[in-house]
Structures are given as C-alpha cells and as structure tokens.
Design a protein around this ligand. Structure first.
Ligand code: GUN
Length: 282
C-alpha cells in the first residue's frame, strides 16, 4: 500500500520555518510586503487569492490587495505594476492568472520586475532556471521537489516522466527534476503510447488537466505518483488527474487531491516572498 504524501503537513512545516525566519528578520527591522492583484471576480481565483493573503498573515508578511474590475484596461494594470515595481517597500508582486481576455498575459508577466516576480514567470527567471542560476522558481514545480525531498524520496538517477508541458508546470518541472539528476521524459497530448511510456516511470508527475485520467494501467508497480491536477467532479468534490483509489495500491508513494501538491504551491510562494526579502535587504 502506498505511502500517502501529506502535502498539508509538509506545507505547514515550511510555513512554520518561514514564520520563524520572518520573525527573526522583523527583529532586525526588516519587513516583507506582497502585492496581490486580481482582475475580475472569478470565484476560483478569489479562493486562491484569499488563501495567499491568509498565508501571508500567518507568516508575518504584509499583503496589499488590489481587486480590480473586469473592465480594467491593460494599460491601467501595467501602470499599477510599474508603480509597485518602483515602490521599495514592496518585495513581491503577484497578478492572479488568468486575466480577462482583453489583457495580454505575457505583457503583464514581462512588466513585473524580475526581482519582485515571486511567481517565477518572468522570462528572465525562466532563463535562469534553465541554466541553473539562482532566481525565483515557479511555485508548483518547486513544491513538488520539496514534497519528494521531505518524504525522503531519492530523485537522482530515477526515470521521471512528466505528463504535461505547460509553462507554469510541465516545462519547469522537467528542468527542476533534471537539476536533481533525474533522467527526464516529457510527455504530452501528442505522445504516442502514453501508457507504455508512463509505465516506465520511477517517478510519474501528472499535470495534464484531465480529471482521473491516469489509471492503474499507466503506473509501474512501486512507482512514485505526483498528481498536480485539480478539478471538481460531478458531485462538486475535488479530484486530480490520477484515479487515486485505483492507482494507490500499486504506487510506493502518492499525493492525494486535495491535500497533496495544492498546499505546497502557496508554501513555495511564501518561500519566494521571504527570498525576495532576504535579497532586498542583504
Ligand atoms: N493561476 C493558477 N496558478 C497560478 C499561480 O501559480 N500564480 C498566479 N499568479 N496565478 C495562477
């Protein structure tokens, strides 16, 4: 039976470590501020944004909240970002995605100062990740690495199959696993015989955005399975990309949904905010 990787507990450990560090920095008169911007009122985004603000409050990071109307123009949003870039009291800037269709997401991401880009989405941070220079790491893939390491799972030399190639998860996930000396294969919707490929994985990381897609047939006996997906099923219950009940008896370790990767994303965002604070005051 698989070890269930407890993302809630591991994320709590990280939050508590950060809380201590922030208190120590505060004692030296150093403070961190995260600006959180939401455009429109998408309910899922509102939940994420509120959770981020709550995590800030717990750790001792000040959060500034900008709730902008759906009809905000791109120029208005860019003007706000430029103002926050120039504000020395702001360490981190986060624009919750997706933004409404009339706003270009890539233009928003490029305008956030790379040294305040706590999401790790700016091309400069993406480039640094690729060549192994220090920079902000995207939160979800960084969270997966922490889940593996803090669960005592060896990565070096393992065959890792990443299913999904998005800029936010799949691509940076593959690079981070490579950095940890895994042998990495990236699979996607055009991959031939996905099942056979996934069955070769020692560590299978799934971010394809299809509810309960990965069945036991995709999983080698004893593999580690990390589920990045999050969906609501017909009964409005949360589920992932992996059919958990069927896969878990075959895995050596597996993340549940909810309570797996999800809580780690926010913990790593907080880590990036503290990192920004360390850098700004160093
Ligand atoms: N929307 C979904 N995931 C994310 C994330 O990690 N950061 C931001 N800013 N928006 C998101």
């Amino acid at each position: 039976m698989a070890h269930i990787i407890d993302g809630k507990q591991i994320s709590q450990e990280i939050r508590d470590e950060l809380k201590k560090e922030v208190a120590a920095l505060a004692a030296q008169g150093r403070e961190a501020t995260l600006a959180v911007i939401q455009v429109g009122t998408d309910p899922a985004s509102t939940v994420y944004v509120n959770n981020k603000k709550k995590a800030c409050a717990y750790i001792g990071i000040r959060s500034l909240s900008y709730e902008l109307p759906e009809e905000t123009t791109e120029e208005e949003l860019l003007t706000l970002i430029r103002k926050l870039n120039a504000d020395d009291t702001v360490n981190g800037i986060l624009v919750q995605l997706p933004v409404p269709g009339h706003i270009r997401e890539d233009e928003i991401i490029r305008t956030i100062a790379p040294e305040k880009d706590v999401d790790g989405f700016h091309p400069q941070n993406v480039g640094k990740l690729l060549i192994g220079e220090p920079g902000f790491l995207p939160c979800t893939p960084a969270g997966v690495i922490q889940l593996l390491k803090r669960s005592g799972i060896e990565i070096a030399g393992k065959h890792c199959v990443v299913v999904g190639r998005s800029n936010i998860v799949g691509k940076p996930m593959a690079v981070l696993m490579l950095r940890e000396n895994a042998t990495v294969t990236v699979a996607h919707s055009k991959t031939r015989d996905l099942k056979a490929l996934c069955r070769q994985a020692d560590i299978l990381i799934v971010a394809i955005g299809k509810p309960r897609f990965i069945t036991a047939e995709y999983v080698k006996e004893g593999a580690v399975v990390i589920d990045v997906g999050i969906h609501r099923n017909e009964d409005n219950k949360l589920c992932g990309d992996v059919l958990f009940e069927e896969v878990s008896p075959h895995a050596s370790a597996i993340t549940p949904v909810p309570g797996g990767v999800g809580p780690m994303t926010i913990a790593m965002l907080m880590d990036n905010c503290v990192e920004s604070m360390r850098n700004a005051n160093a």
